[in-house]
Structures are given as structure tokens and as C-alpha cells.
Design a protein around this ligand. Sequence first.
Ligand SMILES: Nc1ncnc2c1ncn2[C@@H]1O[C@H](COP(=O)(O)OP(=O)(O)OP(=O)(O)O)[C@@H](O)[C@H]1O
Ligand SMILES: [Mg+2]
Length: 409
Amino acid sequence: MDNIAGSPVEGANFFGRSAVAQDLWDTLQNDDILLLGPRRIGKTSAARAVMTLARDSGWKAIEINVAACVDEKGFLDKLGAELKKAIDSLPGKLWDGAREKLGALGNRIKSLKLGGFGGTVDISLSGPDSDDWSKVGNDLLTLLDELDDRWLIYMDELPIMLFNIIRQDQTGGVLRVRRFLDWFRNDVRALAGAQKVRWLISGSVGLDTLVQEHGMADTINSLNHQSLPPFSEALACQLIRELAARYTIALDATAIARLVAAIRWPQPYYLQVAFQHLRSLVNAAPATPPQDLIDKAVDQLIQPGADNDFHHWEKRLEMQLSPDLARLAKALLTQSATQPSGTRAENLLATVQQRHPNATDDEALALFARLRDILLRDAYWQPDDSTGGRHYHFPLEPLRRWWLRRNSL
Ligand SMILES: Nc1ncnc2c1ncn2[C@@H]1O[C@H](COP(=O)(O)OP(=O)(O)OP(=O)(O)O)[C@@H](O)[C@H]1O
Ligand SMILES: [Mg+2]
């Protein structure tokens, strides 16, 4: 296994999650999946492993990343182009009809007006015979019904696209997002070819937060919600052991356990980055025993310049929450960052009360609970009852240390 820290990993570099991919694949036999998790948690790697399983079973599989799409038209453009690429690559006359229809649909997508629907659309622009993006989307997916194969569509970063729509269209954006999700839930399922297509949707910002904050949680209820839990300690140690063997770095079991403990939340990415730093340090100081460089390697993760990944954790709050709520969430996180063991719930609640002096006790508690649930779900916090009184702490220790560094003088 190579020490890869950044790009999605495949084949022999995809470590320890074959069973996870198999589970996702089994689930896809009956359900569409919503796979949410913070950046770098391994979503694309897992999704690509699922695509391999799908292809091994004779399915066609395509991947679209919609992070750069700012409207429904952009989404259809991406979907149409990727389907076209997949169908173009198939040999034989059998596909000629589909190719032709796809070409025609491509033209309809290009001539769609603006977002196709919503507050920004000038009614005078959309006359009675103007095309609607959802109709074009339906026709695009119905086309798949005419083909014999089953299709897996892996759609990455859907939440970012929906946030883009809301940001770009202050008046009609929320309505358009609702309509998009309703279209996905109702129309797409009702299409003739629905049974032939499965969706694996993923995202690194909380679609769940978005729909809850805007009162449309019902729109994603029919998706099967999945996440990527961290490795067990034993599996994390095995990953480091394999990397150490591959790069001939002498680390004994104690040193490996110490490296894993320093990360605390053993998601493979953070193990890979810590190991990468260790590798460079070992190369620079070959006479030093590698275990003596572990602390320095982990420390490098959070230093300016090397800390790009952690900025996303901060930005994600600003993207998902209103400015007021984001500020409060950050204050609570800063408070809980002072100790690895976190902060007592009562003390965190006191911060909410302090910052909202006009709120009643019930209101402050409700506000705290709302934020706490978001922070737990998005892996900023973990509850801990072992030290007397409930505490909330950062599971990812380097993130806690980064947060503390960022928010102190
Ligand atoms: N199964 C795995 N085995 C080994 N390393 C992994 C695995 N999954 C993820 N990683 C590590 O995490 C990194 C990011 O993986 P990936 O791109 O799949 O995550 P992601 O959640 O899609 O990230 P992003 O949100 O940035 O798109 C990889 O470069 C690798 O270091
Ligand atoms: Mg990804």
C-alpha cells in the first residue's frame, strides 16, 4: 500500500473498507444512498470501490461531481455529458439510437433558460412552450430505461450545489432546492426506468443540516443515510504497520499505537498525513529513531501552510449555518478545545446563555441542543460520560489542537 494523502485511493491502496463498500453495494440493491461526511473521510474512495463492485456485476457506473454547478441546468449538463461519455464508449450499433437521443437532449439542456424555474426566472421569458429542466431531466433518465443495463450514478457534492443555488438566488433559491429534492424524490422514482438506476449521493457539507434548517427534511427521508465510521484501533495500527513496512521505517507496536492515539479519531486520511510527515522527518534525520519523531510529525499537521484540511471544518460551519449560529458554534468549539477531554455540557450551555441574554432558559437549551446535534453529527464533537458529568470533546485531536492554535494569540 502506498502512502497517499489527498487523492482518492483505489485498488491495493484502498485499505480496510472492502466490507464497507460491499455493505453499500448490498444496500444499493434496494435503496439509493446518501453518504455524508467531512472532507477527506474517504467518500470518493469508497464510492469508487462500490462502482467497481457494480461494474463487476455487469452494471454501468458513472461519476458526476456537481460542486461547481450553480443551477439545475448545470446539473443536467454534467449528467448528460457523463452519460454521453459512457454511452459513446460502448461499442456496437445497439447504442446508436441512445447516442442520437442523448445528442438531442444535450441541445435541449443548452437551450434551457437560466435555472429553468424559481424566483430568478422572468415569467415573460418562459412562455408556454419553453422547456422545463425537470422535464428534460425526466427524459434524460427515461432514456436509460430503453437500454438493457442497470446504472449506478455516483453524484458527489450535491449539498454544495444546493448551497450554491441558495446563495445565488436569494429570493427563490430555497424554493428551487425544495423543488429539486422533490423532483428527485418523486419524479425520478416514478419514471419508467427508475428500477434500472440507483443513486449514490455524497457530500462533505451537511445536506441534513440544510434541509432541517429550511424545514424540508421530508425530501431526503427516502434516501438511505450512510456514513464512514473511523477505523478500529487495531485496523488503524495495521494501516500504519503496512505503511511502515512498505517504506522500511522501523516502528514497533508501542510507537504505532502512540501515533494512532495522537490522531485519536482514526480516519485513514489523518493517519496517512501523519505518516507522510513522519516519512519526511525520517528522511531528513535518518540517525534519529523514528519513534522520537512522531510528536513532531503530528505537530506539523496543524502548522500554518500544512493545515489546509482543517480550514474546511471552519468554513463548513459558515456555509451551513446563519452567521449568528456559526459564530455561536465556533465559540462553543473554542471553549471545548481547551482540553482533550472537552468541556462540561453545563459550561457550554452557560456560554449560550451569556451570548443570548434575552433568551429564556428553555430557548437557550433548545439553541444549545440544536447546535450540539449538528456538531455531533458532523464529527466536531463526541459525547463523553466517563469523567463525571457529560462532556463534549473533539474526536479528532489534531483538529482540536488546530482550533486552539487558530483561536488563541
Ligand atoms: N480506504 C482507504 N484506505 C487508505 N486511505 C484512505 C482510504 N480512504 C481514504 N483514505 C485517505 O483519505 C484521503 C481522501 O480520500 P477521498 O478522496 O476518498 O476522501 P473524500 O471524503 O472523498 O474527500 P473530499 O471530501 O476531499 O472529496 C486519501 O488520499 C487517503 O489518504
Ligand atoms: Mg471526494
